[in-house]
Design a protein around this ligand. Structure first.
Ligand code: NAP
Length: 276
């Protein structure tokens, strides 16, 4: 039997709890949590993600402010926008949708977000604090994966986790969160030698590569826990999932696994920021 780690169902449960928290906060303070989203340019996938995040805010009773900037925005203009949102006491969280157009220094803009409003966990400071076990909002996708694994009581301590991908928003923070949960972690990337052999050793595999079904089912050992962070047109992830059903111990479906948990985590961290 393969346990399906149902991120859609868990995200709905989280939203019900968040609605209650937002209602309590509004009743006791008269204030509504607000997430500000910034979308730069006209990438349709990014526009869809921002819209989905705004919709999720409204489902839990939060407000969202949406800033849409043209594709020729400069780093300085984006930094000025972030500075204004940092200074706005009504804004509790800031989401800068990744990726931004290439003329912009994305790292400088992420790092300009005030730590207490970094509800998407994108700043170097937040990453460093999280890695050191200090309080910080985790990067939303890996933090959502950790919540999903916890909700299903997936054991992590002492397990060998192989994370394929080392991006700043996914692979690296994922590896540090698994390490923080006492897994033994291997991080793989495009220069890794003999990836199939490393994946074969994994008790937990996390696919964060950005290529459809790049990780083959035959590379994964029987009984492993399989987490697929990828999403591509046609509803496939970064891992060849179908042949694994019945052979591995747990699996995140695509869609309905990691994706909904990313949004629920962003919203949960926004509500926490407002409560603080
Ligand atoms: P990314 O920034 O493009 O990073 C991809 C990583 O994969 C890089 O570290 C790269 O290595 C590595 N890689 C590329 N080719 C490889 C190969 N042949 N062998 C081993 N590693 C290889 O992507 P990302 O932003 O982390 O996203 C990864 C996936 O997660 C995508 O499918 C994306 O759609 C998905 N995603 C989902 C959510 C969600 O909410 N569900 C959120 C974010 C991302 P190098 O560092 O060496 O280049």
């Amino acid at each position: 039997m393969t346990l399906v780690l149902d991120g859609k169902a868990l995200s709905l449960q989280m939203e019900a709890q968040l609605l209650a928290r937002v209602t309590r906060l509004r009743d006791s303070t008269g204030r509504t949590p607000i997430l500000a989203t910034i979308l730069v340019g006209d990438d349709p996938a990014s526009a869809t993600y921002v819209k989905m995040k705004g919709n999720a805010c409204h489902r839990v009773g939060m407000d969202s402010i949406r800033r849409t900037l043209p594709s020729d925005t400069s780093t300085e203009q984006l930094l000025a926008e972030i500075a204004a949102l940092n200074a706005n006491p009504d804004v509790h969280g800031i989401l800068l949708q990744h990726p931004v157009p290439e003329q912009i220094d994305e790292r400088a803009c992420f790092d300009a977000i005030a730590l207490e409003k970094d509800v998407d966990g994108v700043t170097c400071l937040g990453f460093g604090r999280m890695s050191m076990g200090e309080r910080a909002y985790g990067s939303a996708t890996p933090a959502g994966i950790m919540s999903l694994l916890k909700a299903y009581d997936v054991a992590l301590a002492g397990k060998h986790a192989v994370v394929v991908g080392r991006s700043a928003i996914l692979g690296k923070p994922m590896a540090m969160m698994l390490l923080g949960a006492d897994a033994t972690v291997t991080i793989c990337h495009s220069k890794t030698l003999d990836l199939p052999a490393l994946i074969k050793q994994a008790d937990i595999v996390v696919g964060a590569v950005g290529r459809p079904e790049f990780i083959k089912a035959e590379w994964i050992k029987d009984g492993a826990v399989v987490v697929d962070a990828g999403y591509h047109p046609g509803g496939v992830g970064d891992i060849e999932l179908a042949p694994l059903m019945g052979r591995v111990s747990a699996i995140t479906p695509v869609p309905g696994g990691v994706g909904p948990m990313t949004i629920a985590t962003l919203i949960e961290q926004s509500v926490s920021a407002a409560e603080r």
